[in-house]
Design a protein around this ligand. Structure first.
Ligand code: DGT
Ligand code: CA
Ligand code: CA
Ligand code: ZN
Length: 584
C-alpha cells in the first residue's frame, strides 16, 4: 500500500469524524497525520515490514501508528469500517462539492436532514439554506453553482485513481490457479483521463472460480450481478467493475471489442462486413451463405490476438489510445498511423517547483531525481510573488535562488539546470515581475492562477497580452482546469494558440493527472495550428516527476509524435525553437 493511499484513508477518517462532530483535536490529529504521510518519500509499508517504530515520525502517535500497521498488513481498517456506517454515503458526495467542507455539510445534515446532492439542490432553490445560521444568501448561491458544476463535470473516476485499483485487482485474480491473463480493457486501456467503469477481461479455462474470486476482492462493496462468465460489482470507492471470462482463442477479439471505443468497434464491424466477414467479441469469421452456424470453427479467420485481427482486416495495429474513430481506421488502412511519442523520448522536464516556493524538495533533490530519470536538462520554475500562498519569489529571492542554483549546477555537470520561473499573469495580462528580472532567466513560463471568471473576451485579451510579451516562452496549463473540480477558464483558445504560434511561445501540456491541460482534442488542434508543445509534470515533489507518463498518454491520444513535442529535442534545438539563447 502506497503512502498516498494511507494518507487518503486518514483524510476520509477526519472527514467522517468532522461530520459526526467528534472532538476537533482528534480530527486535527488525523489530518496532520495524512499530510505528514502524503509528503513522506520513504514508503511506510517498508517501515511496517521492518517493524520500525512509527511514532518516531513527527505527527504520528500511538493510535495512528497502530492503524497504519493494520492498514498495511490487512489492507483494511476495522475502525474506518465502523465509523463509516454512521454517515449516509451521499454526504461524501456533498463533501466533494466546491466550497462545502465537513462543517457546513454537517450543519446541512443535522439541521435540515440533507443527505444527497439532489436534496441539497432542491432546498437551496427554495431558499431554505440562506436561513441557516452561518450560511446566508451568498453561500446559497455558491452551493447552487457548485451543484450545477458537479453535474456538468460528472463523477467519473480519474484514470490515475483507477490505476492502483486495476493493479490490486490484477494481482488478486492472477493469484488464482488456472488464470492465464488479466487485462483491463475499456476507457482505462484507451488511457482516457477519466473512466466511467472498469472492464476486466480474464483468460481462464474455468469461469466459475474466477467469478468467485472476483466477488471476494476486498474492495467490493456490493455485487450487482453475478453470472457464469460475466459479473458486475461496485467497489467501496463507488467505482463499478465489469468482468468477463473469455476462452484463449477469442481473447484478441474480446479485448478489441471491450477496449472500444464503441464508435471504433462499429467501424471495424462495418469494415469486416464490406470484406465478406463477420466480427464479434468471439472472433472474425468468413461469411458463408446458408451456413448453419455463422461462428463455426470452419469459418474462423482470426481473433486470438488483436494484432492478427487488425491484420486480417487489412489494417496496421492501432494503439488503444487512438481508438476513438477520429480517422485512425483510414490511417491504419493506408499505413500512415503516426509513430506515437513514448516516455523514453523526453529529454527534460520544463516545469517543476522546489521548496523555494510551494514544492516540497530542495533544488538539489529535484536535480538528482531528474538525473535519475535520464534527463539531459530540466527547468526549475518556482512561483512568482503574486502567489503569496505558495511563497512565490520576488526579485530579491529570485537573485538569491540564482546563487544557490549556480553553486549546485557547478557540482553536477552531467545535467543542465535551466533557470526558469512560473510567473503569474496578473488580471490585466501584465507579468508579476519586471522585465529586468525576467531577462536573467533561461526560460519564462507564464500562467494564470487567479481571476478565473473574467468574461471570455477579457480573458482572451489578458492571455494574449501575456504571451505577446517578448520574454515569455511557455504558456503553462493553458485552461487551468482541474478534472472533476474546476471547469476550464473560458476564452478564445483558437486566438491564443494562433498568437502563441506567431510569438514562438510553446503551449504546455501539464501532466499532473488531475490537470492534463490541454486535453487531447485541444492538443490536436494546437498541433494543427502549428503551435509548439511541451509536456511538463509541474512536479511539486521528486516522486511526482514520474507523472510524465500521464502526459505522454494524453499526448498519444492527441496523435502526437516525438517531433511534435519540443522537450524531446536536444537543448540547443529547443532553445533555438523558442528563439532563446541559454542565459549565462
Ligand atoms: P467508460 O466506461 O464510460 O469510461 O467508457 P468505455 O469505453 O469503457 O465504455 P463501456 O464500459 O460502456 O464499454 C466498454 C467497451 O465495450 C466499449 O468501449 C465498447 C464495448 N461496448 C459496450 N457496449 C457496447 C455496445 O452497445 N455496442 C458496441 N459496439 N460496443 C459496446
Ligand atoms: Ca468502461
Ligand atoms: Ca463497462
Ligand atoms: Zn501553475
Amino acid at each position: 500500500m502506497e503512502n498516498a493511499e494511507i494518507a487518503a484513508t486518514f483524510e476520509l477518517i477526519a472527514d467522517i469524524l468532522d461530520l459526526t462532530d467528534e472532538n476537533p483535536f482528534k480530527v486535527r490529529a488525523y489530518r496532520t497525520a495524512a499530510r505528514v504521510i502524503e509528503s513522506r518519500s520513504e514508503p511506510l509499508h517498508k517501515a511496517v515490514e521492518e517493524a520500525a517504530d512509527l511514532t518516531e515520525i513527527q505527527g504520528i502517535g500511538k493510535e495512528i501508528a497502530a492503524k497504519i500497521a493494520e492498514l498495511v498488513q490487512t489492507g483494511r481498517l476495522g475502525y474506518l469500517e465502523r465509523i463509516r456506517r454512521e454517515v449516509p454515503p451521499g454526504l461524501f458526495e456533498i463533501l466533494k462539492l466546491r466550497g462545502l467542507g465537513p462543517k457546513k455539510t454537517r450543519k446541512l445534515w443535522q439541521s435540515l436532514g440533507i443527505t444527497t446532492i439532489e436534496e441539497l439542490e432542491e432546498r437551496a432553490r427554495k431558499g431554505e439554506l440562506a436561513q441557516l445560521e452561518g450560511f446566508g444568501q451568498k453561500t446559497e448561491e455558491k452551493i447552487l453553482k457548485a451543484t450545477a458544476d458537479y453535474r456538468l463535470l460528472g463523477a467519473r473516476t480519474l484514470h490515475f485513481a483507477a490505476e492502483p485499483v486495476v493493479k490490486a485487482l490484477k494481482k488478486h485474480l492472477e493469484g488464482l490457479p488456472g488464470v492465464k491473463q488479466v487485462e483491463a480493457a475499456g476507457s482505462f486501456r484507451r488511457q482516457v483521463e477519466t473512466v466511467g467503469d472498469l472492464d476486466i477481461l480474464v483468460i481462464a479455462d474455468q469461469p466459475y472460480p474466477v467469478m468467485e474470486r472476483f466477488t471476494a476482492f476486498d474492495q467490493v462493496a456490493s455485487v450487482e450481478s453475478a453470472g457464469e462468465t460475466r459479473s458486475t460489482v461496485i467497489l467501496d470507492s463507488q467505482l463499478q467493475v465489469d468482468i468477463r471470462v473469455v476462452p484463449e482463442k477469442s481473447f484478441g477479439a474480446a479485448l478489441c471489442y471491450f477496449t472500444g471505443s464503441k464508435d471504433h468497434d462499429i467501424r471495424l464491424r462495418k469494415l469486416a462486413q464490406e470484406q465478406g466477414m463477420r466480427l464479434s467479441e468471439y472472433g472474425l469469421y468468413r461469411v458463408e451463405e446458408g451456413a448453419p452456424d455463422p461462428e463455426a470453427d470452419s469459418l474462423w479467420v482470426a481473433g486470438e490476438t488483436e494484432e492478427e485481427l487488425y491484420a486480417a482486416l487489412g489494417l496496421s495495429f492501432i494503439p488503444p489510445e487512438l481508438r476513438e474513430n477520429r480517422g485512425e481506421i483510414e490511417a491504419a488502412r493506408q499505413g500512415r498511423l503516426p509513430a506515437l511519442i513514448e516516455p523514453g523520448d523526453i529529454r527534460g522536464d520544463l516545469q517543476m517547483h522546489s521548496n523555494w516556493s510551494d514544492g516540497r524538495d530542495p533544488i538539489e533533490t529535484m536535480l538528482n531525481a531528474c538525473a535519475a530519470l535520464g534527463y539531459e536538462y530540466f527547468a526549475m520554475s518556482d512561483h512568482s510573488k503574486a502567489l503569496a500562498m505558495a511563497h512565490g519569489l520576488d526579485a530579491a529571492r529570485l537573485r538569491l535562488q540564482r546563487q544557490e542554483m549556480e553553486e549546485i549546477a557547478a557540482r553536477y555537470p552531467e545535467i543542465r539546470m535551466l533557470r526558469s520561473l512560473e510567473v503569474d499573469i496578473l488580471a490585466d495580462g501584465s507579468l508579476d515581475l519586471e522585465d529586468e528580472d525576467l531577462q536573467e532567466l533561461d526560460l519564462v513560463v507564464a500562467a494564470v492562477h487567479s481571476y478565473f471568471d473574467l468574461p471570455p473576451a477579457r480573458q482572451t485579451e489578458r492571455i494574449i497580452r501575456a504571451i505577446s510579451h517578448p520574454l515569455v516562452n511557455i504558456l503553462a496549463h493553458p485552461t487551468c482546469r482541474l478534472i472533476n473540480k474546476r471547469l476550464p477558464i473560458q476564452y478564445d483558445l483558437e486566438a491564443v494558440l494562433q498568437c502563441a504560434v506567431e510569438h514562438r511561445v510553446a503551449v504546455e501540456h501539464n501532466a499532473q493527472p488531475d490537470r492534463l491541460d490541454l486535453k487531447d482534442t485541444q492538443l490536436m488542434r494546437a498541433r494543427e495550428l502549428g503551435a509548439m508543445i511541451v509536456i511538463d509534470t509541474d512536479a511539486h515533489t521528486a516522486e511526482t516527476l514520474s507523472h510524465m507518463r500521464h502526459g505522454i498518454a494524453q499526448a498519444r491520444r492527441a496523435w502526437l509524435t516525438r517531433n511534435d513535442v519540443l522537450n524531446t529535442k536536444p537543448l540547443a534545438d529547443l532553445m533555438a525553437a523558442l528563439g532563446k539563447q541559454p542565459a549565462v
